[in-house]
Design a binder for this molecule. Sequence first.
Ligand SMILES: C[S@@+](CC[C@H](N)C(=O)[O-])C[C@H]1O[C@@H](n2cnc3c(N)ncnc32)[C@H](O)[C@@H]1O
Length: 437
Amino acid sequence: MKKTENEKQYIYIVQALLEPSKCKIGITKNLEKRLKSYNNMTGKSQENTYEYLYTCEVKDMKEVEKDIKDEFLIFREDKKKEIYFHNPDLFKKYVGFIKSHKLFVEEIFIKKEVKREIEKITQIVKRTAQTLKERGMTYKSIMQKAKNVDDDEFYTRYEDVEKELSMYDKNIWKDKVVFCNCDDAVDTEEHNTSAFASYFLLNFKELDLKKLICTHYANPVDLFNQGPKGYIYTREFTRYGFKEHKDYPKGYNGSFDHPLSLKILNEEADIVCTNPPFSRCRDYWKLLIESGKNFIIISNSANMLTTAYIPYFKENKIWPGYNEVYWYLTPKKALTRSAGFWFTNFPISDRPKYKNLKIMPLKKIPENYKKYDDSKTLLVDEGYIPSNYKKPFGVSSAPILNGILEKGYKIVQEKQYVPYIKGKKKFGRMLIQKIEN
Ligand SMILES: C[S@@+](CC[C@H](N)C(=O)[O-])C[C@H]1O[C@@H](n2cnc3c(N)ncnc32)[C@H](O)[C@@H]1O
């Protein structure tokens, strides 16, 4: 068929029935034909049919696709196939981004559940007399806000806690007071006990701990069915054996910044271990780092490219732990995906992720993975790091998570670096530089 100038262009999100944790965000000029071809490829089995989750018309599909790739870099599973991680929150984020894009024309199809969510948000906005612009908000920031609220409510899986904590030298725990301070409930039922609490309870003797302190946060969304009151659980080993206690101090809500929690943090704790709420992460990091205590915690790996967090990495107050944490459990115990990583201030020995760093002379880095932005700053991708480049250059979070700061490179700017290429904004990065001998 001859191409016409008016040919319509579409962005679509498609998913295979048997792979709910992934989706493909693609482009086409013929939605019907594209879906058919997916189903012809693998749908013959009848079990793994593809369905559209979302389709819309755009003015320039390649341009929108490029911006999606930049925006959601860390959620891309397969760099060659435009495969992105999928869960309901991420899906809302993808749709929100596409709909707020300047080249968006009109929505063609959206899966019912997502449509309802989006309508709910739009209704709230409509109820207020001001427009989003007047309120200094964008559609994207509203989606982000909704996401933040949801994101606090998931559990860490036991296997992830065990995998990370067992990699540290066992001596770090000896005779120490461990404090789990973000809704790390302890219950007689294992499924109502946080994985952090379970790990330390099970390994108390093995690790030779002095004391475990866990607090329950009185949140309306009660992840561990612990009721509406905050409490402080303690377990310690005395010469009469184990002593356990659950205390419900009057007016105590279990928040990590409640004066009682701060007292434990500053006066009693030696090591803090937990997965803090995403929505309060900034305050949490500040209090924790200022306490000067040792810690091993989980946080979103995208944090480190944010101006609020970069100074901590620059000043060497925190660094990545050993592992990423992809999977979490929802209150209904379903698996959900999010880009988490362990962060710590304990020494990391022989980081296995060093192997992902591709340190080599600039001229050996493939052209695709090195470019200069409008201010002539070098940007490198895919783990490539120039070994002979003296000036600062921009990297994504991946090399930092893989330990580049332990390989003779330093962060040179406290603010996120936002490159522009031909006047177009690209995703934010960190500026690093080789340390001169
Ligand atoms: C990501 S979940 C992790 C829960 C648990 N620590 C785990 O790892 O399974 C974060 C928890 O922090 C709780 N939370 C929210 N605000 C808090 C606060 N101010 N102080 C302590 N916990 C809080 C949330 O209710 C949620 O249960």
